[in-house]
Design a protein around this ligand. Sequence first.
Ligand SMILES: NC(=O)c1ccc[n+]([C@@H]2O[C@H](COP(=O)([O-])OP(=O)(O)OC[C@H]3O[C@@H](n4cnc5c(N)ncnc54)[C@H](O)[C@@H]3O)[C@@H](O)[C@H]2O)c1
Length: 347
Amino acid sequence: MVRIGIVGTGGMAHAHAEAFSRIRGARVVAACDIDGDRVGAFADKFSVPFVTTNVDELIDREDVDAVAIVTPDDAHASISLQAIHADKHVLCEKPLATNFRDAERMARAAARSGVVHMVNFSYRHSGALYKARRMIDEGVIGDVKHVEASYLQSWLVSSAWGDWRTEPQWLWRLSSAHGSRGVLGDIGVHIVDFASFPVGPVKAVNCKLKTFRKAPRNRIGKYRLDANDSAVMHVEFENGALGSITATRWATGQANSVSLQVHGDEGAIRISLDDDYNQLDVCRGRSVQTASWKTIRARAVPTIYKRFVTGVQRGESSQPDFLRGAEVQRVLEACFKSDANGEWIRI
Ligand SMILES: NC(=O)c1ccc[n+]([C@@H]2O[C@H](COP(=O)([O-])OP(=O)(O)OC[C@H]3O[C@@H](n4cnc5c(N)ncnc54)[C@H](O)[C@@H]3O)[C@@H](O)[C@H]2O)c1
């Protein structure tokens, strides 16, 4: 039995608790949040026996084998390092950290310690992504020339997920003082992983970030709304391909849309997670002449939660691990630099 403590019991922690409850061999035994009422309600809902508002108490418990860190982004580094030093396995939410230096420190500490460490790039739940990676590796679409990837949300213009003007879970995402690196850190991190996992490492990036005016003086209460909410990246991959990667919260009409197109000189692959996590379209062979596509199925892959639990049981980290989290963080860091000076940044 892998006994898990969850730190941060807001929206995403519910997905963690539900996922762990479906895995035989995993049990959530402790929960921590700085908000006592929230952690109490969470513990009641998921029957978690130990509750605290002090993270030291959770990490120090002998009956906690592993820690899931589901706090806002700026607390990921310190809590991960504390858990690693206490020899606890760690599943950390994305982005791994709010800067590359911290992410690298976390990856080094995790590797040295021997604990199992993973970052929750949850779109790795897509079997289609793994099939695309295999097909690209096997040369099915030839040399990759062009890539288009986007992650589009619209919660700044839609109330489908609640009211961002009043709910802290959205307001902290708009404010760097409250732990956010904007849309780039929030969902840009997913789409950089989603594109570069099948295509290969990013070699250089040129990025424009924009923070649109959303409130009088761009402030709501204690939240200064200074974090970017649209990101457009031009990317060169190590294999020579060029691409564009975009992430925005202003994609009116798109609730939560993740898509990728990879074009090679002998074929192309496209994935839209709006349709199905385990389905992809392929254009190859004679279909290249008519630009026609065939939909194929991919085998489902285990969720990150399942991989994490299995990893702890076997004593080995699975992917995506902290090193991968740090690699992606390096790309984000280059995006911030590029936005600041308008230049291409080599990774
Ligand atoms: N992998 C995904 O697809 C995905 C989806 C949503 C959110 N996330 C990530 O999950 C994390 C949490 O996001 P959320 O939407 O649940 O936010 P949220 O605001 O709903 O919840 C965060 C919770 O953490 C608590 N908290 C803040 N600082 C803390 C600390 N130092 N110690 C303990 N608790 C603390 C807050 O009180 C709050 O209850 C973020 O890093 C976010 O990027 C990932």
